[in-house]
Design a binder for this molecule. Structure first.
Ligand code: GLN
Ligand code: ZN
Length: 764
C-alpha cells in the first residue's frame, strides 16, 4: 500500500469563513466561544474532506487563526515583553496582539514584523529572538486540535514548523548574535511537544523544514543531524518535510537524517527523486510531492505515474505520495466556480481537487491503472485540450514574440541624454515632488465600483463618478503644489486584477481566495493563455486627468514582472516567455499613452524582488529575463518621455545593478522606515539615473513632519547627487484617508521647498 497524505490544507474555508469570524471577533461582534466553534467546524470539514478523498491520515496543526509560525512562537513562549505576557499559557488575544500591534491595554504597540514565507505570497509573523531568551511550552492549541481530530475518528499526522526553520526565519532583536545558539533552549520544548503528541497517540509528526531549500550556512546544515537525532528519541515517527526548491547540497543530509521519513518537493525541486529513493535506506519513508501545491493546474497524472512507478519499485510501502507543499497556497475548491468558462475550468484543480489527484495516484500504484482508468483519462483529456486549445495558443502572439529583437530592449539614447531632453520640457524645480499613484480609496469609491460591476450603476454614471474622483485628486494635488501629478487610480480595485481583467489570456475565479496574511485573502488572477491587449486599458483615464491640469500627468501601469508574480501562471511554457508576452502588451499601452500626450509613465514593479529564486545561484537568470521584459515594456518611447518605476521595499543592496539595468529614468522606492538604510547600496555602486527614496511612510497613519522629511532627504543627498533626487511617499496612498494624506503631502511639499532654498544644486 502507498500512503497518501497532504502537507497541509487551506484554513480559510470555502467561503472565507475564517476571515469573517476573526474580523467579527476583533470587532467584538462574536465572543471567543463562537469563534472557536467556527474553527472547529472548519477543521472538521477539512479533515472530513481529506478522509473522503481517501487520504490515509489527516493533517492536524495546519489550522491557524493568523499564522502557523506565530502559533509556533506562542507554543515556545517566544512572546516579546511589550505584549504583557508573563508566563503560563499564551492565549489567543495575546497572539492577535502580537500580529496586530496592541499592548494589553489596547494602546498601540509595535506589531511583530511580517514578511513573505519563502517565495510565496503568504506572509508569516517573524519570531523575535533575544540573546538570553528562554523557552517553555506555552500553548496547548495543537494538542486540543489533535484530540478533536481523534474524537472524530481520524488517523492523525500532526504538523509543526521544525526548530531550525523556525529559528532561521527569526530575527535577532536588541543586538546581533548567533541565533543558532538558541537551539539548545528550544529543543527541550520541541521534545516536550513530541512527548505530548506521543501520549495522545499520534504516530507521525511532520516537521516542516523548508529552510533546507535555501542557501543555509554550513553550521546550520550541520545542526540538522544532531537536532533530529535527539527529537527522534521522543516517540512519534518524524517526517521531515522540505519544499519550495531544490535541495542541492542538502540532499545527502536529508538522506542520512536520523528520522522515520522525509518529504521532497517533486515539482519545484529539480532533485533526482530516483537517486533519493535508492539512497533512503529502509525503513525510512520517502514522501514525494508530485501534485503542484503552488499552482492551480490539473496534474498530468500520466507523467506523475511515470515518475512514481520506478520509485514504487524501489521503495514499496515506503513510498508516500503528496502535494509538493501545503495546499495553503491554492484556493479551496473548484466546485463553487459555476460561472467559470467550462473549458478553462476543466484545466484546473484547487485544493479539494488536488486531494483527489493524490488519491488517484495512490490507487493507480496499488491497484493498477485500470482501476482508475476513468480518472486518468479525464486528466489526459484536460491536458490534451490545454495543449491544443486555440484559446491558449494565439498565432499572432507567437509571431510577435518571434519579432522581439535587441532594438526593442533599448531606449533611443542613454539616460544622460534623455534626462537633459526631459528637463527641457518638464522644467521641474530641484527636488521635484510626486506621489506613487493611488489616492485614498474611500468607501464611496469602492461602493461605486462594486455597484457598477454588479450592474446596479450604469456605465455612464460610473465613468462620471470616477471622473469626479479624478478631478478631486487633481485639484488637491494642484492646491498642495505637487510637481508631477497622478490621476489617483480610483477605477482600480487591485493593481494586477485591473490589467488582468482587460487582457486576453486571464480568467478570474469567483471564490478562488488564498490567505495572504492573517484575515487578509487575495484572489490571484489565473493567467492561462497567450496575452493579447485588444484595446488601451488606461489611456482614457489618464487623458481625462491631463485635460484638467497644465502640470504633467503621470500615466500609471503595472509592470510585467509584477503581473506575473501576483498571478497563478500557466506552467506549459517558461515564465520568462509569459513575462515577455505581458511586456509586449504593456509596451503597446506605454506607446498609446505617449501618443495620447502622456509623457511621464510609471511602470510599477512592486513584486520584482519577491520573485527572486530561493537560491542565489539562480538569481542571475531571473534578473536577466525580468530586466529584459521590463526594458521591452519601457523602451518603445521617445527620449523626451520619462519612464518611472516604483518598487515597494528597501533591500536593494543585492539587486541594485539589476535595477539600474532596467534603465527607468526615475525609480521611486520605499525607505522611510529604515532611515535611509537603503542608501548603503549606493556606497559601492553609483546608481546612474534619478531616484525618489520615499520619505513619507504611508504604512503608518502618522503625519510626517517637514523636519523629518528634510532630514531623510539630506541623508539621501550625501550619497546621491541632489539633482537626481525626487521627493515622494514610499508607496501608493489607497489605504490612507484624506485627513492624513492632505497634511502629509503639504508637509512633503514644504520639505522639498525647504531643501530647494537650502541647497539648490548649482546645475539647476
Ligand atoms: N501605483 C500603485 C499605487 O499607488 C503602486 C502600488 C504598490 O506599489 N504596491 O497604489
Ligand atoms: Zn509600493
Amino acid at each position: 500500500m502507498t500512503t497518501a497524505h497532504t502537507l497541509g490544507y487551506p484554513r480559510i474555508g470555502p467561503r472565507r469563513e475564517m476571515k469573517k469570524a476573526v474580523e467579527a471577533y476583533w470587532k467584538g461582534e462574536i465572543d471567543a466561544l463562537a469563534l472557536e466553534t467556527v474553527g472547529q467546524d472548519l477543521r472538521a470539514a477539512a479533515w472530513a474532506r481529506q478522509k473522503a478523498a481517501g487520504l490515509d491520515m489527516v493533517t492536524v496543526g495546519d489550522f491557524s487563526w493568523y499564522d502557523h509560525m506565530l502559533d509556533m512562537s506562542a507554543m515556545l513562549g517566544a512572546v516579546p515583553p511589550r505584549f504583557g505576557w508573563s508566563g503560563g499559557s499564551v492565549d489567543l488575544d495575546t497572539v492577535f496582539r502580537m500580529a496586530r500591534g496592541r499592548a494589553p491595554t489596547g494602546a498601540p504597540a509595535a506589531a511583530c514584523e511580517m514578511t513573505k514565507w519563502f517565495d510565496t505570497n503568504y506572509h508569516y509573523i517573524v519570531p523575535e529572538l533575544h540573546v538570553d531568551q528562554t523557552f517553555a511550552l506555552s500553548s496547548d492549541k495543537l494538542f486540543r486540535e489533535v484530540e478533536e481530530a481523534r474524537d472524530l475518528g481520524h488517523a492523525v499526522k500532526a504538523v509543526i514548523p521544525g526548530p531550525l526553520t523556525w529559528l532561521w526565519l527569526g530575527k535577532c532583536k536588541g543586538g546581533d548574535f548567533d541565533r543558532l545558539d538558541l537551539l539548545t533552549g528550544i529543543l527541550p520544548v520541541y521534545g516536550a511537544i513530541l512527548t505530548r503528541l506521543a501520549d495522545l497517540g499520534v504516530g507521525w509528526v511532520q516537521m516542516d523544514e523548508p529552510a533546507l531549500a535555501l542557501d543555509l550556512p554550513g553550521d546550520w546544515r550541520a545542526a540538522y543531524d544532531a537536532t533530529y537525532g535527539m527529537l527522534s528519541q521522543t516517540g512519534p515517527a518524524l517526517l521531515v518535510a522540505t519544499y519550495f526548491g531544490v535541495l542541492d547540497n542538502a540532499i545527502d543530509l536529508l538522506v542520512d537524517l536520523p528520522v522515520a521519513g522525509v518529504h521532497v518537493d517533486g515539482i519545484r525541486g529539480g532533485d533526482d527523486t530516483e537517486y533519493l529513493a535508492q539512497r533512503v535506506a529502509a525503513p525510512k519513508v520517502l514522501s514525494v510531492g508530485v501534485v503542484d501545491g503552488r499552482n492551480v493546474w490539473r496534474a498530468d497524472l500520466d507523467a506523475a505515474l511515470a515518475r512514481l512507478h520506478p520509485l514504487k519499485a524501489i521503495l514499496g510501502e515506503r513510498l508516500w505520495v503528496a502535494p509538493s507543499c501545503s495546499l495553503l497556497h491554492v484556493p479551496v475548491t473548484l466546485s463553487a466556480e459555476e460561472d467559470m468558462d467550462p473549458e478553462i475550468r476543466s484545466w484546473l484543480a484547487f485544493a479539494e481537487e488536488k486531494l483527489e489527484e493524490i488519491h488517484t495516484l495512490k490507487r493507480a500504484l496499488d491497484l493498477g491503472e485500470a482501476k482508475v482508468a476513468e480518472a486518468l483519462s479525464a486528466a489526459r483529456d484536460a491536458i490534451a485540450s490545454r495543449r491544443s486549445s486555440p484559446r491558449i495558443h494565439r498565432p499572432e502572439v507567437a509571431t510577435r514574440m518571434g519579432g522581439v529583437g535587441e532594438a526593442m530592449t533599448r531606449r533611443i539614447s542613454p539616460h544622460g541624454e534623455r534626462a537633459s531632453k526631459q528637463r527641457d520640457w518638464l522644467k521641474l524645480p530641484a527636488y521635484p515632488t510626486t506621489t506613487i499613484g493611488s489616492f485614498p480609496q474611500t468607501v464611496e469609491i469602492r461602493a461605486a465600483r462594486r455597484d457598477f460591476k454588479a450592474g446596479r450603476l450604469a456605465e455612464a454614471d460610473y465613468i462620471q463618478r470616477m471622473k469626479d474622483e479624478i478631478a478631486l485628486a487633481v485639484r488637491k494635488q494642484e492646491e498642495v503644489g505637487l510637481d508631477v501629478l497622478v490621476h489617483g487610480e480610483p477605477e482600480r480595485n487591485d493593481m494586477v486584477e485591473y490589467f488582468g481583467e482587460q487582457l486576453d489570456g486571464f480568467v478570474f475565479s469567483k471564490f478562488g481566495w488564498v490567505q495572504s496574511y492573517g484575515s487578509r485573502c487575495v484572489k490571484p488572477p489565473i493567467l492561462f493563455g497567450d496575452i493579447i491587449r485588444s484595446k488601451p486599458m488606461t489611456v482614457a483615464w489618464s487623458v481625462h486627468a491631463q485635460s484638467l491640469t497644465a502640470k504633467p500627468m503621470k500615466g500609471m501601469l503595472t509592470g510585467p514582472i509584477t503581473v506575473l508574480n501576483w498571478s497563478f501562471v500557466r506552467d506549459d511554457q517558461p515564465r520568462s516567455r509569459t513575462c515577455m508576452q505581458l511586456a509586449l502588451a504593456l509596451r503597446d499601452e506605454v506607446q498609446d499613452l505617449e501618443k495620447a500626450g502622456i509623457r511621464i509613465i510609471q511602470i510599477d514593479e512592486a513584486a520584482f524582488r519577491e520573485g527572486l529564486p530561493l537560491r542565489k545561484r539562480d538569481w542571475a537568470e531571473y534578473l536577466d529575463w525580468t530586466v529584459r521584459a521590463f526594458r521591452v515594456t519601457a523602451s518603445g518611447v521617445a527620449d523626451t518621455t520619462q519612464i518611472h518605476t516604483h518598487m515597494c521595499y528597501s533591500e536593494f543592496n543585492d539587486i541594485i545593478e539589476a535595477v539600474a539595468d532596467m534603465d527607468a529614468d526615475v525609480v521611486t522606492i520605499e525607505t522611510s522606515r529604515s532611515d535611509m538604510e537603503l542608501l548603503d547600496a549606493f556606497v559601492d555602486f553609483q546608481y546612474p539615473n534619478e531616484i525618489g527614496p520615499g520619505v513619507y511612510d504611508i504604512h503608518s497613519p502618522n503625519v510626517p513632519t517637514v523636519e523629518h522629511m528634510v532630514n531623510l532627504m539630506t541623508l539621501a543627498a550625501k550619497r546621491i547627487p541632489a539633482e537626481r533626487l525626487w521627493v515622494n511617499p514610499d508607496c501608493g496612498l489607497k489605504t490612507r484617508g484624506w485627513a492624513e494624506v492632505d497634511p502629509s503631502l503639504a508637509n512633503m511639499v514644504a520639505a522639498a521647498k525647504e531643501l530647494r532654498s537650502r541647497n539648490a544644486p548649482a546645475s539647476l
